[in-house]
Design a protein around this ligand. Sequence first.
Ligand code: ADP
Ligand code: GLC
Length: 501
Amino acid sequence: MAARNPKAAPAVEENLPQPRRSVAFIGSECYPFVKTGGLGDVMYALPKALVKQNCDVRVIIPRYKCIPEKYQEKMVYRGAFSMDLCADGKSFYVGIMEYVWDGVVYDFIDNDEFFSWGNPYTNLVDDIPKFCYFAKASLAALNYLNWTPDIIHCHDWQAALVPVFQQAMFGGTPVAGAKSILTIHNLRFQGIYNVETLKYWTNLPDALFDYAVLKQNWVDANMLKAGLSYASIITTVSDTYAGEIQTPFYGDGLDAHLRFHNRKLRGIVNGIDVEQWNPATDALLSANYSEKDAVAKKRENKLALQRELGLEENADKMVLGLISRLTDQKGLDLVNAIIPNVIDGNTQVIVLGTGDRKYEDSFRYYENAYKGSVCSCIMYDEARAHKIYAASDAMLVPSLFEPCGLTQLIAMRYGTVPIVRETGGLKDTVQPYNEFTNEGNGFTFDRYEQGLLLDAINRAKTLYFTDRARWDEMVIRDLRKDVSWDSSAKKYRDLYVELKP
Ligand code: ADP
Ligand code: GLC
């Protein structure tokens, strides 16, 4: 049974589901401290939702230098110790800084040598040692704090060594009894590096550098692969992606390994924090709205954003938004190929993203080529994202693969119609529009082809320009759709109870 932190989640109440479970979330980012994508959102929103499911949650993340000062100031020192890490006996300082907020305890692992960079991820040469250290330090911190969770819930490759260290090096310590869950948010990133380096930075026994655990090929070891072998349960962020990653195309080299372990693999779809993302209260919008006045107020938001971004001010233009990391995953080569066919005098495109140079440059080119109709914001900007979700008529998410995707969920919450490729979580969360029954939430296409994306956009345009009443009905359906964490947080909770009766 876990020792409870008095400042943590409220004591058991009668209306909360029983029994209570304690869970340590371990991952590399968490909004609002540090976020580069959806993982940061999930690490923030899911613990909050789990508190309502009678879970006592502690989130463990690195104390990066880039965490804003206003949060650094609120952290309280909980202690420090020295931890052995490397094969040559080299040990490292582990500090624990704590911040309690909204019923969730956040513990930041402090070490200047590893976490002094502005960005949480730099390059593998630095990231591999950093996350070997972080995984082991997180377990050591739980023991140090004398807080033994029922469940250790790890996220992505950066925390994948946690179940491995737990079983190989923490036997006989309090944390050894916890069950572990490893959630795959994105199989593209696995933490692969040469065996010798990983042997040095983990000091794990040679026997684990075997094809069933860490070994990937003659030269490399794979941290995610090892975590998948050792975790009690593997989850990923949608049902469809759970199936896809067992196939060669989506499996990124681990499909056979995942098929081997598939009895412990489940898909649980993500939600979003519907308080953080709420058009009725969002202070960043020009006009707040709900189901009753969404259609009119979205036009106001559109005009305000067109003015702010230097686009032609006209609420009758159809605005397509795209908010994304600019990487191959997101289907941006398809978008780039068809922009000239999309811009027709009645349509505008607003892009918000940073990433690969080739995409940043091509979107800049289009802004220049179609002045007044295309705006490319090559930046990371939370406030602008909120405005684009509210002002756009439709949101493009034509991903090559998408474990879950949050942008289509946020879009629907803001009454913005998603146009998505039927893959991963996009397939599970966006019901295609059916013109015969007037049902559905968005427009979809299946094969990864530019022509099919253009066709989906044209179907959306046709409805928008020729049957606005039905379009507006879809806007309201999207606003009403439940995209909260409620039902998925219950599924995680059931899993915690099933694992640790
Ligand atoms: P991924 O995690 O693969 O990047 P998701 O759709 O799960 O994709 O999550 C992306 C999250 O990051 C969303 O909250 C989205 O609004 C946000 N986001 C992406 N790019 C930007 C940007 N340039 N500025 C602000 N927010 C962004
Ligand atoms: C990853 C995936 C995205 C998912 C997010 C949160 O970054 O690319 O699809 O929504 O993690 O789980």
